[in-house]
Design a protein around this ligand. Structure first.
Ligand code: CS2
Length: 458
């Protein structure tokens, strides 16, 4: 079962599973669950779950992925998902609901004020959110005398298995009591994973290319880059597909890989999204074609690499391969897509490495610049005065913080946004990091983003 069947899951876990079945056989097909709306279910179910995956290298190629058995969505979602999880044929519950989707994690457990969590706490036997479905599904498996399934977090979060584990156990304790929480803690595995594949939102061009490449119309076609990476901890007590046959790597500890990806890829992505969007760049490849911005991308990756433990990876070669991937002109990855949900992304991508850099007395500039660029973006209007939606689950708090400012200045904007609870760590909200960020915000507000970018590279 996969909760959250967005384009990323279809370009990643479903493609790996399809590859694993092709090589090693076994019915490891996935029952998908759409937690937000019925569109994906409507387009996929009429195609028996099949869809076209376009890989955009120098020339695009298309393959048909057939690992989705069907998609659950709509009114009876809760009942159908719980039936499926509490059936012996379910061996893994995997999940991609993006950073904001869990009702987590800020507190090291589940956030009971998250709307999906709060609703499921009132009605834990008919849940509709991810944590509620997993907890009740596991309760039913235990009641049916079944072995627990593995719960596999495939979202871009540090130590994602441990985070999801803490959130599920916390939710189970609140909703069902400590006996279920303790049983989950003792018996269910939550392997951590590092997932990577750049997957822009599908467009009409995706569907037109799918038709041209395959000869079939496919409303569920998606597109992605040729590269993909999946590093997984091998704790699957009830078995798993032979994902290694499709290129996945199994390791005892994913944490160093996750940190590397989050800080080098996702951190520089966030930097280039805010600086790029505010300097008029629509796509990531446009950013990379700009000499000043691409220099800042490199600078960011190098600073992020300096905060990492040594892994069995060549970080300089990793940075070079990231720059090549970002430069792929065939991938129309919008800067505004990456700019979404900044409050959910910056803590692990930017603030955690910045804090470590601060402790070591290292160069804070790349992290301060990214923070300043996000703060400028949070104002909701570009240098030409045009406004845009922030698309952030904490948008209301951002706007309220900014509305409380009487005179807009770099220091007041910084203080207002730094005061959003559980966001910028205290040690970064004052002292050297605060000064470095306010200085950059001053330049961005005073000169405009394009000139501030040029000044930053001097
Ligand atoms: C991006 C990621 O939108 C974003 O925040 O940084 O979705 C990125 O494309 C993926 O993590 C690549 O694996």
């Amino acid at each position: 079962m996969h909760l959250g069947l967005g384009a990323f899951a279809r370009a990643h876990i479903a493609a790996y599973t399809d590859g694993a079945i092709a090589v090693a056989g076994g019915d490891w097909r996935i029952t998908g669950v759409s937690l937000r709306g019925e569109d994906v279910a409507n387009t996929l179910n009429v195609q028996d779950g099949r869809y076209t995956l376009i890989e955009r290298g120098e020339t695009p190629t298309a393959r048909v992925v057939a690992s989705i058995a069907g998609v659950i969505a709509g009114n009876d979602l809760s009942k159908r998902v719980l039936e499926a999880i509490s059936n012996p044929t379910c061996r893994i519950v995997s999940i991609t609901v993006t950073e904001k989707g869990y009702g987590l994690l800020r507190s090291g457990g589940c956030d009971v004020s998250h709307p999906a969590v709060a609703a499921d706490l009132l009605n834990p036997s008919s849940p509709r959110g991810a944590l509620g479905l997993i907890a009740q599904g596991l309760a039913l498996r235990f009641a049916n005398g079944l072995a627990p399934c593995a719960v596999l977090c495939c979202d871009n979060l540090p130590e994602n298995g441990a985070l999801l584990r803490a959130a599920v156990i916390d939710f189970a304790r609140h909703a069902h009591g400590s006996a279920l929480a303790e049983r989950i803690a003792a018996e269910v595995s939550f392997p951590s994973t590092m997932v990577d594949r750049i997957t822009p939102a599908a467009t009409t061009r995706t569907r037109a290319d799918a038709a041209a490449l395959t000869g079939y119309e496919d409303q569920a076609a998606i597109e992605t880059e040729p590269f993909s990476q999946w590093v997984i901890e091998d704790y699957f007590p009830s078995g798993r597909p032979s994902w290694q046959d499709a290129g996945a790597i199994f390791v005892p500890d994913v944490a160093p890989y996750e940190k590397m990806k989050l800080r080098m890829l996702n951190g520089s992505h966030s930097m280039l999204a805010y600086a790029g969007f505010l300097s008029g760049k629509t796509y990531v490849c446009d950013v990379m074609a700009d000499a000043d911005l691409s220099r800042l991308v490199r600078r960011h990756m190098e600073a992020a690499a300096a905060t990492l433990p040594t892994v069995a990876m060549d970080l300089a070669a990793y940075a070079t391969s990231l720059c090549e991937r970002f430069s792929n002109p065939a991938i129309a990855h919008e800067t505004r897509q990456i700019a979404m949900d900044g409050t959910q992304k910056l803590p692990q991508r930017i603030f955690a490495p910045a804090f470590e850099m601060l402790q070591r007395g290292g160069d804070l500039a790349p992290f301060a610049f990214t923070t300043a660029a996000w703060m400028r973006y949070a104002l909701g209007r570009n240098d030409a005065g045009q406004s845009y939606p922030l698309n952030d689950p904490r948008e209301g708090e951002i706007q309220a913080a900014l509305a409380s400012i009487t005179t807009e200045s770099p220091a007041t904007v910084f203080s207002a946004l730094a005061a959003i609870p559980d966001f910028l760590p205290e040690q970064l909200a004052q002292g050297e990091f605060a000064e470095a960020t306010i200085g950059r915000l001053e330049r961005i507000l005073g000169l405009g983003m394009v000139k501030a970018i040029a000044a930053e590279t001097e």
